[in-house]
Write a protein that binds this ligand. Structure first.
Ligand SMILES: NC(=O)c1ccc[n+]([C@@H]2O[C@H](COP(=O)([O-])OP(=O)(O)OC[C@H]3O[C@@H](n4cnc5c(N)ncnc54)[C@H](O)[C@@H]3O)[C@@H](O)[C@H]2O)c1
Length: 315
């Protein structure tokens, strides 16, 4: 049995043209969450995607609390943000998300100052290599930040956000590597698979509460130029990447539309290719192929044919 592409041709056409002709939809500022005067908390805000999220949310008039372990980077973000919204609408709170008491301190400072959180961008992440059968120390490091850091933030903030009168969102940053599991960094992939799983559970649990004004969203950046992908090395941005702002604006637009899975494209991978890769990965399980068959010598060409056929059927 071969898997079909995930969407009807009509749906894919619409999504394709929106993604490639006008991927970034400006926000109008009247959304109940992305609204002037409301509050955003961003972890991993010293660099890359987190820094861009702080800047873009500040442009929408939100008050901004930025958290990170990198204090020099936080100062850089603070300057960018305060130039937009002023010092009085900014909190800079050095925080290691893997430390529960530091995340509690972050929550306490934000609620003391502003008594609410509208947008929680649970974004801090690291990627030191952990192979399946070695590098256990790196596995612990990666899981401490990417999984337990995300969980600390989620657990400590969501219980405070639930009683709020106005709607709010929690946006957890996952990765395509947590969905399709490409070879290269087993520890990172497993941590991001965990983020996907825990965010799906959060979404389900929230929507089944008798009354909940909080929604969860899984933000899956495409290839984005950031500290993680080389921006701090002084190298020129790779043309295949999106800028962190492009990725953040795409994400904000999808959250604003109420979407749970936000799979961002980039200059190298279009939405339909991601969809086919995700379907193929699911097909490994459903059809009993070898693990990671996309990279298996006996299946690689079948996978390439599957993507080619899938894309041709859209034309
Ligand atoms: N850049 C990409 O192509 C890409 C793709 C998929 C997913 N992501 C994810 O996006 C998120 C943001 O990463 P980025 O690409 O902007 O990288 P980045 O390195 O530029 O930013 C990550 C930030 O997290 C901070 N951080 C690390 N450990 C922390 C801790 N314990 N507590 C608080 N802050 C901590 C870092 O200091 C850094 O400022 C990460 O979760 C990453 O896994 C990135």
């Amino acid at each position: 049995m071969s898997l079909s592409i995930p969407n009807s041709r009509a749906q894919s056409r619409t999504r394709s043209s929106r993604a490639f002709e006008a991927p970034i939809t400006p926000l109008d500022g009247v959304h109940p969450v992305f609204h002037d005067g409301r509050v955003a908390v961003i972890t991993g805000a010293a660099c890359g995607i987190g820094q861009a999220a702080a800047v873009e949310l500040a442009k929408l008039g939100l008050k901004i609390a930025i958290a990170d372990v990198d204090e020099a980077g936080l100062a850089e973000t603070a300057k960018l943000v305060s130039d937009i919204i002023g010092q009085s609408n900014l909190l800079v709170i050095p925080t290691d998300v893997s430390k529960k008491e530091q995340v509690e301190n972050l929550r306490d400072k934000v609620y003391e100052a502003w008594a609410e959180v509208a947008v929680l961008v649970n974004n801090a992440g690291i990627g030191p290599i952990g192979k399946s059968w070695e590098g256990l120390d790196n596995w612990h490091k990666v899981f401490d930040v990417n999984v337990f850091g995300v969980l600390n933030v989620q657990q400590i903030f969501v219980s405070s956000m639930l009683p709020q009168e106005n709607p709010s969102v929690i946006i957890n940053t996952g990765s395509k590597q947590g969905i399709t599991n490409p070879p290269g960094n087993a520890a990172y992939n497993a941590s991001k698979a965990a983020v996907k799983s825990l965010t799906e559970s959060l979404s389900h649990e929230l929507r089944n509460l008798p009354y909940a004004n909080v929604t969860a969203h899984l933000f899956v950046p495409g290839w984005t130029w950031s500290g993680l992908t080389g921006s701090k090395t002084g190298a020129e941005r790779h043309p295949g990447t999106w800028t962190a702002s492009e990725t953040v604006l795409y994400m904000l637009d999808k959250v604003r539309r109420g979407q749970f899975y936000i799979i961002c494209p980039d200059n190298e991978t279009r939405t339909e290719v991601d969809q086919l890769r995700i379907m193929w990965a699911a097909g490994d399980v459903a059809e009993g192929r070898p693990a990671l068959s996309r990279w298996h010598k006996d299946y690689k060409s079948l996978f390439e044919e599957y993507v080619k056929d899938g894309l041709e059927s859209l034309d």
